[in-house]
Design a protein. Sequence first.
Length: 182
Amino acid sequence: MKDFSKLPHTLNHRKEVYRGRIVNLVVDDITTHHGIHTIREVFQHPGGAAVVPVLPGGDVLLVRQFRYPMQEVLLELPAGKIDAGEPPEETAARELSEEVGFRAGRLTKIAECYSTPGFCDEKLHIYVAEDLTPVQASGDDDEDLEVVRLTRAELQEHLQNGRFRDAKTIIGIQHLLLQSEG
């Protein structure tokens, strides 16, 4: 078994390669705790929040949208990037309102996860939203979303058939379905 007690690695030098609107890319020259010199490329991301909007009766609202990096349309939880200084629960509430047109009476955190810890520091915060009240959805100018309503049985079927393709949605829906079984 590996001894991880000697972590962290030593940062020798950091070079910022790219500064963008959503992510930054840095290249770190490090020495591991075993004395090995190596390079790590890290995308820095402010993090995001996703929300599982549960309607009275148990149906869930999702959004269908084209995702440019994948070049495909995905069915996902409403989600977005955390703005500077914004707590994750505020991001979740904002995205719920903007993307599907609801305000939550109760917002419960169900998970935190890293999207791709091998090369990115993005942390996702996932919430369940209940006691929903309709509001005017505003959306972002560069987003083209379709709101989709699914029953618990349809969510289960989508999971089993691999129709959900992004991690935050799979995690949020699995958590919801596991809770309703228990």
